[in-house]
Ligand binder design. Structure first.
Ligand code: AMP
Length: 425
C-alpha cells in the first residue's frame, strides 16, 4: 500500500473531484459505506478470483470481517435493507479506497481508489447508455485523448451454455478462465462439462467475434446462434444499446468482443472495460447485474453500474501527457521588514476571504530564499510587500510560472487572484 506525497495526492484528488462533479451532473447522490464489512457479505457474490484476494481477519469480537474489495456488495446490502422501499430509480455514487491482495505491479496495487456509480431500478437501455455516456464524459473531462470501450454481453455465452444444459456453477468456472483470456482451457472445460460438438463450434465463434462496427460484427454470430433464443436476445440487447448511443450522436470508440468476460460473477447483461493504448490493464469496468440485489435478500432490482480506477486514470493521464488542472492557484505572501508584516497578514486574510489559497511567509526569510522555496512547492503567485511598495500603496505581484512581476495596487491583486483556477502541471 502506498503513500501519496502532495503532488500525487493533488492529482488523485483532482480526478476524484472530476468524478464527483460528473456524479452531480448526471443526477447521482453520494453515499459513504464502511471500509470494513462482514466477510460473508463481501465474499457472497464476488468471483473466485477476487474472493481469494480479500483481506480478511477476525475482529476482537471474534467476527470474521474484511476490507472491501469493491463497492457493489455494500450497495446491494443497503438496497436490500435501508433503501429497500425508496422510489426507483436510485442513482448512487461512491468514492474511496478498496483493498485486494493483488500482486503489486504497474497499475495494480493492494490499496486503490475507485469512483463507483450504480443505477438501481431500471431494466431499460437508457440506463445502460447513461452509464456509458457518464464514463465517456469523465474521461473527456480529465482530458484523456485516446481510449476505447471493450464491450460484450454475458447473456450471449450464458444463453448458449444454459441451453446446452450446463448449470450456473459450471458456467462460472468457464467464465473465470475467459476473464484471464484462457480461451483453449475454457473450451476444453466446457466440453468436459458436456458441451455438444456444435456448441463447441459456436463457442469458438463467440471467442473470435470482435470488431468496431456493431451490426457488421454481430451479424454472422446471430446466424450461428439462431437455435439459442437467449443468446440472440442478448445479442440484440447489446446491439440496441450501441445503436441508441449512435442515435443520440454520442460517439466513443468501441470494440465489440463477445468472448469477453469479467471477474465478478454477478453480471447479467452488457459488460464493458475502458482501455488506453499505453496500458494493458483497464481504467474501469462495469455492466448490468439484475439479480444481485435479490441475492442479498432484497426485492428484484434491475441494476447497471461502473467503477473507474482513479489511480489508473492518473497513470494514463501521465502517459498521454495530459495537463491536469492539478493544483489550484496558491499565493505566497512575502513581507520585507517588520513594518510590512501586518500589511502582509491583512492581505492574506482578504485573499482567503475570496477563497484564494494563501501561504504566509512565517520564517522571516529573505525574498530570494522564500521565492525559491515557493517555487519548489509549485506556488503559482508570490506577493512581495516591502517599504517601497508600502510607500506607493502597492504590492509586487510575481507570476511564478511565467517568471514576470509587476507593481499593482491591492484592489487589482484581489481582483486578479480571485479569478478561477489556472492550469498547472
Ligand atoms: P473491477 O471491480 O475489478 O471491475 O475493477 C474496476 C476498476 O478498478 C478496474 O478497471 C481498475 O481500474 C480498478 N482496479 C481494480 N483492481 C485494481 C488494483 N489492484 N489496483 C489498481 N486499480 C484497480
Amino acid at each position: 500500500m502506498r503513500d501519496f506525497l502532495p503532488e500525487d495526492a493533488t492529482r488523485l484528488r483532482y480526478i476524484e473531484t472530476t468524478a464527483r462533479e460528473a456524479a452531480k451532473l448526471y443526477g447521482f447522490q453520494e453515499i459513504i459505506t464502511p471500509i470494513v464489512e462482514h466477510h460473508e457479505l463481501l465474499a457472497a457474490k464476488s468471483g473466485e478470483e477476487i474472493k481469494a484476494r480479500i483481506f480478511a481477519f477476525d475482529d476482537l469480537g471474534g467476527r470474521k470481517v474484511a476490507l472491501r474489495p469493491e463497492f457493489t456488495a455494500s450497495i446491494a446490502r443497503l438496497m436490500a435493507t435501508t433503501l429497500r422501499n425508496e422510489p426507483k430509480p436510485i442513482r448512487l455514487f461512491s468514492t474511496g479506497t478498496l483493498y485486494r491482495y493483488d500482486e503489486p505491479q504497474f497499475g495494480r496495487y493492494r490499496e486503490f481508489w475507485q469512483s463507483n456509480y450504480e443505477i438501481m431500478g431500471s431494466s431499460r437501455l437508457e440506463a445502460d447508455v447513461e452509464i456509458l455516456v457518464l464514463t465517456d464524459h469523465l474521461l473527456r473531462e480529465v482530458g484523456l485523448q485516446k481510449y476505447w470501450f471493450k464491450i460484450g454481453h454475458v447473456g450471449i455465452l450464458r444463453g448458449l451454455l444454459t441451453e446446452e444444459g450446463l448449470e450456473d456453477e459450471k458456467q462460472n468456472s468457464i467464465m473465470q478462465l475467459l476473464d484471464t483470456k484462457q480461451w483453449k482451457k475454457s473450451l476444453d472445460l466446457a466440453k468436459e462439462f458436456g458441451l455438444s460438438r456444435r456448441g463447441g463450434e459456436i463457442l469458438k465463434k463467440i471467442f473470435e467475434t470482435k470488431g468496431s462496427d456493431v451490426s457488421k460484427t454481430l451479424k454472422p454470430l446471430r446466424k450461428e446462434l439462431k437455435n439459442y433464443p437467449k443468446s440472440v436476445e442478448a445479442l440484440e440487447n447489446l446491439q440496441q444499446i450501441i445503436d441508441l448511443c449512435l442515435a443520440a450522436h454520442i460517439e466513443f470508440n468501441t470494440s465489440i468482443e463477445t468472448g469477453f468476460a469479467r471477474g465478478l460473477e454477478y453480471y447479467t447483461g452488457i459488460i464493458f472495460e475502458l482501455l488506453v493504448p499505453e496500458m494493458n490493464v483497464a481504467l474501469g469496468g462495469g455492466g448490468r447485474y439484475d439479480k444481485l440485489v435479490e441475492l442479498f435478500g432484497g426485492e428484484p432490482t434491475p441494476a447497471v453500474g461502473v467503477a473507474h480506477g482513479l489511480d489508473r486514470i492518473a497513470l494514463a493521464a501521465d502517459m498521454q501527457n495530459v495537463q491536469l488542472e492539478s493544483s489550484p492557484k496558491t499565493v505566497a505572501i512575502i513581507p520585507i521588514g517588520d513594518e510590512a508584516i501586518p500589511k502582509a497578514i491583512s492581505l492574506a486574510s482578504k485573499l482567503r476571504e475570496k477563497g484564494v489559497n494563501t501561504e504566509m511567509e512565517i520564517m522571516g526569510r529573505k525574498v530570494s530564499t522564500s521565492l525559491q522555496s515557493s517555487s519548489r512547492r509549485k506556488v503559482t503567485h508570490a506577493i512581495i510587500i516591502g517599504p517601497k511598495e508600502i510607500e506607493e500603496e502597492k504590492v509586487m505581484l510575481r507570476d511564478m510560472i511565467k517568471r514576470v512581476q509587476n507593481l499593482v495596487n491591492i484592489e487589482e491583486v484581489l481582483e486578479l487572484l480571485s479569478q478561477r483556477r489556472i492550469p498547472v502541471k
